[in-house]
Design a protein around this ligand. Structure first.
Ligand code: ADP
Ligand code: ADP
Length: 226
């Protein structure tokens, strides 16, 4: 059973061109899969449809066999999402942001506390747990988003342009962490418009253009060996 199984996805926002015009995609468990495409190609829409943030118009989404529309709780328990925009409350203490999310994912309070400590240490934020994130650098904010997405030990991690706007060092940190997670068995779907990032990290890459998947292959075959 695949981690992600998408069939015939269509989405047109009111008054616009089709954002997705018939996308099929299957991502096996354990994969590190990239979603490459220029701005406006439909990457965020695809991620939104998988996570229930955008309403499906036609087609089907299965995450580990679950339909996230009919069974949102079961799907969410196995999925961690790092959205493109920072969307935590900057005036809430860091540990509370993570704990709240853990309980939203169904963890009991004690376990939520324990996991919060573990993930904040994992991303290097353990010194700041009771602080509020408003003064954090862009890179640190991203780490907080990652910690939040990892708190319930998801089997599938979906990231929408996780390194956009980061400096080289922060990007390298993110890459290393993602690689560790994948090696430990987490399936990863990551969108990006950086080609080098895809080439170095992903085992397979789907290329989206104007709402259609125009390729889905290994980086070597897509971009050539260097
Ligand atoms: P990407 O993530 O690849 O940049 P998006 O999924 O954000 O692509 O956008 C695909 C298309 O859908 C674009 O033409 C964009 O303008 C449009 N779009 C995205 N979100 C909305 C929205 N909420 N309302 C209307 N149009 C949207
Ligand atoms: P918002 O607070 O942006 O309206 P939600 O309350 O829907 O968003 O979700 C809060 C956070 O929970 C999201 O930013 C995301 O990190 C996570 N999340 C939302 N939907 C899912 C999902 N289907 N699977 C995993 N995580 C999710």
């Amino acid at each position: 059973q695949a981690a992600i199984e998408l069939q015939g996805l269509h989405k047109t926002y009111k008054g616009g061109q089709p954002a997705l015009a018939g996308v099929d995609l299957s991502v096996p468990r354990g994969a590190f899969h990239g979603l490459l495409g220029p701005n406006g190609a439909g990457k965020s829409t695809l991620i939104g449809l998988m996570t229930g943030l955008v309403r499906l118009e036609a087609g089907s989404v299965r995450l580990f066999g679950h339909d996230p529309e009919r069974d949102p709780v079961a799907a969410r328990r196995r999925v961690g999402l790092v959205p493109q925009e920072v969307n935590f409350n900057s005036f809430e203490p860091i540990n509370e942001i993570i704990e709240t999310q853990a309980m939203y994912y169904g963890l009991p309070r004690r376990r939520a506390r324990e996991r919060t400590r573990v993930v904040l240490e994992r991303v290097g934020l353990e010194e700041r747990t009771t602080r509020k994130p408003w003064g954090l650098s862009g890179g640190m904010k991203r780490r907080l988003m990652l910690a939040r997405a990892l708190v319930h030990e998801p089997e599938l991690l979906i990231l929408d342009e996780p390194t956009a706007g980061l400096d080289v060092e922060a990007r390298r940190d993110t890459w290393a962490l993602l690689q560790e997670l994948n090696t430990a068995g987490t399936t990863i779907l990551m969108s990006s418009h950086y080609l080098e990032e895809m080439r170095d990290l992903c085992q397979t890459v789907a290329v989206l253009k104007e709402g259609r998947l125009i390729a889905n292959d290994t980086p070597e075959r897509l971009f050539g060996a260097d």
